[in-house]
Ligand binder design. Sequence first.
Ligand SMILES: NC(=O)C1=CN([C@@H]2O[C@H](COP(=O)(O)OP(=O)(O)OC[C@H]3O[C@@H](n4cnc5c(N)ncnc54)[C@H](OP(=O)(O)O)[C@@H]3O)[C@@H](O)[C@H]2O)[C@H](O)CC1
Ligand SMILES: [K+]
Length: 504
Amino acid sequence: MKILPARQTRALDQATLQAQRISSDALMERAATACTTWLLDELQPAFTTPLHILCGPGNNGGDGLAIARQLHAAGYSPQIWLLPSDRYSSDFLLNRQRLPPQVPCTELSADSLPALPAGAVVLDALFGTGLSRPLQGLAARVVQHLSQSGAVVVAIDVPSGLFADAPQPADSAVVRARYTLSFELPKLAFLLPQNAAFVGEWTVLPIGLDANFIHNEPVDNYFVDAGFLRRKLPRREKFSHKGTFGHALLLAGSYGKMGAAVLAAQACLRGGVGLLTVRIPAAGYDILQISAPEAMALPDPAREFLTELPELQPYAAVGMGPGLGQEAATAAVLRQLLHRTPHLPLVLDADALNLLATHRDLLALLPPDSLLTPHPKEFERLTGEPARDDYHRLEQLRAFCGQHRCYCVLKGAYTALGTPEGAVYFNSTGNPGMASGGSGDVLTGLLLALRADRRLSPLDAALLGVFAHGRAGDLAAAQTGEAGLVASDLVRFIGPALQELVDG
Ligand SMILES: NC(=O)C1=CN([C@@H]2O[C@H](COP(=O)(O)OP(=O)(O)OC[C@H]3O[C@@H](n4cnc5c(N)ncnc54)[C@H](OP(=O)(O)O)[C@@H]3O)[C@@H](O)[C@H]2O)[C@H](O)CC1
Ligand SMILES: [K+]
């Protein structure tokens, strides 16, 4: 799915009205119907549940008024609270007129705020994508009142006070929603950790916005769900052989961290690689042969860490990083690798990234289309500059990928994949159970397998790998629970996660 900024969302609205020859209030009615249906199906409030709808002066408020009318028609007793303004949108005014007289409608003021017992449901329709500045005065007071209540807050389109695609100043008033119901496409703000407490659980409700416009509109950000990846992972043809899926080389492990090499190797094998050779320090030889018998082991002459780069000629892709350590001799191996692989697909993770950050001249040697998989701290070391906030980090990601012509997987909830062209793809799979040791090693191994697969572009390999890694985590957590999830569980579910993508 594409992620449109507020400006393009308005253009999409207009395009929809023209293409479908409908009036703006008809589109608002669709939006309201989608929300009302969600409320009745998902939230299922009792007829006695106090239902308050806070309406601002624009079309977000108009949505609120239309929802109130629909809830009233469904037998509920919503109460409306209006934020006074000297300018209301025309669809707000139209829906104000359409409101049956039985629906109570009160103007908000500092002395007149809804009483909100715990369990009351509040629809926040104060401001949506038209927010032009942080909330102040009465609007901010209302938001504060809402935060102090125990009410279940459902934000319409965007939690009020939150910019859909830009940071708001620290300490500005923003509604803290339990649920956010957004129209057609997600907003960038929903995908950033700094906004999690405002957005709550978000849902996208389709309202039939113009698909042609969405298809043709250039964007910088994408949300990757299973539909987005449909047909990107080709099935394995009957006459395919080991060579089709490539021979990968993994450089990993050091004394005490051989498990990282094992997890990455196992994940690479489960990721469908044709052949896998693993370069481990000599002390890892038995460990690897026993725990990943399908892989070939190529021990380094040194016992505890890597000191020599093997011949690269046989390989379709090389991965380096898991459990490496940061010895000077290992940094030299990385340097040789970068010098000798101007055209080989590379996946770099963990200590390979830390070595890049401490030997910064190496960054200039990255072959084009290299794939880096930092977590935020590693990414900060790579850029050398702490991010001011999540939006700034995204800009750093775009700049870094553009400068080094690489793909970069910034790990976290909604892992963000940056591309050399400046696009960012947010992943939709995964769960907090995956925030534990070894999870990143599994991702590296899986990505290595997909980069070795000659049928996949660098972008598709990265998108598929990140998605399947998260999906494996979701499948595993269904059995282990989130707390009980360990990285080797992920390995077991890589196969099923990839198979879903082929089948789907
Ligand atoms: N395609 C869709 O997604 C659809 C969306 N719909 C809904 O429409 C809103 C967007 O409506 P819009 O009228 O553009 O904007 P808002 O309702 O968010 O608010 C605009 C008015 O609020 C004023 N404003 C803005 N910021 C503040 C502030 N901090 N304090 C006070 N007042 C503020 C603004 O005034 P300006 O001075 O900025 O001009 C406007 O008066 C979208 O979110 C959906 O909910 C449609 O229903 C159909 C489909
Ligand atoms: K809102």
